[in-house]
Design a protein around this ligand. Sequence first.
Ligand code: CAA
Length: 387
Amino acid sequence: MDELLDKTNLDFRARARHIAETVVRPIAAELDRDNKYPWPVIEALKKDGLMGVWIPKEYGGLGAGVLNLCIVVEELSRACGGVGVAYAVNALGSFPIILGGSEEQKHKYLPLIATGEKLISFGLSEKESGSDASALKTAAVRDGDHYVLNGDKKWNTNGGAASFYTIYAITRPPGGVRGLSAIVVEKGTPGFEIGHLEDKMGIRCVPVHELHFRDCRVPAANLLGGVENGGFKSAMQTLDRARPGVAAQAVGLAQGALDLAVAYARERQQFGQPIAAFQGIQWMLADMATQIEAARQLVYACARAVDLGAKNFSKLSAMAKLFASDVAMKVTTDAVQIFGGYGYIKDYPIEKYMRDAKITQIYEGTNQIQRLVIARHLIKEAAAGKE
Ligand code: CAA
């Protein structure tokens, strides 16, 4: 419903849609097949000024907030889910700086990200620390004007492509929720190595790497906000703001799959008529469209709450990510079903949507973790006597 969006939202949507259709869609299959980074898309987004949508104006961005970020992610993901996350992960990596960086740090990093000159990523997870985020082991020990980092990160999306890495590390042993800090590490810092590249089921155009830190000396000036041990909250507040982006990726993917399914159902003839004439297919399409619209409106509601400065949107953010990603998995699976045998082979683009959708139920907090966050809020609100 265009009427629910304002002129600015519609303008961002049109610009992102143009890039999605003219730059992303023609190369999506090739990027997926060859694990190629979507540099032509980044170039197009840079040229159109879309790399800094969510970054405040005073730091070189467009100051257009999370709703417009979600709209751009959705449109890109409609053509390729991998491209959607390659873009969105820059928001994930930069939110800790926007939220907790000093003025100096904001002026140093954000304008470069806003122009797209540099990409950024987010390093929280480790081999033994995924859902249990505070169990991470990478350590940052103060030594004069530096921190010395040692440890290994896992699941770093945009690894290698990014120039800046927001890394979470222990600054007060043994770590945990009160012993972590966020530090920006620049690519090329001695002792920082981009490791193993994961061979993934989907989102294959965006690299996911291990990161290794071996006596890596990082200027103490890179500690976000200059204050130690606030890292866990920084990570949680960042994820609250970034999860609508994953949800938007899921909505875009689902919409892209539905578009293809509707077009195919109108073309594919069986029993002397297009399969779109069969009620069984019509009801599937109707359910898919309804689920997508419900997910979209939940994502937009959450993004608007963030932009309006709502005090606590963790629950809504978790709901949006949970619901939209479950919808994406269901809708893309049903879209493959509508394509029948042709949905299961790579001659058609639809199987890629199903592969790309799966990760949205896993990253930025599994959907089991989203349910835990939602339930904890419900119980806390009930205990406080709120509705
Ligand atoms: N905002 C602010 N503070 C928060 C918070 C939030 N959303 N959530 C928790 N906190 C605070 C709590 O209030 C608490 O502080 P106090 O003790 O002062 O009250 C402290 O943090 C600890 O909170 P919990 O006891 O709830 O912590 P927990 O250990 O039980 O963990 C969790 C909570 C929700 C399970 C958390 O660990 C979590 O979110 N896990 C999932 C991690 C995740 O999403 N990882 C994704 C990695 S990024 C990624 O996937 C990127 C990619 O590839 C694209």
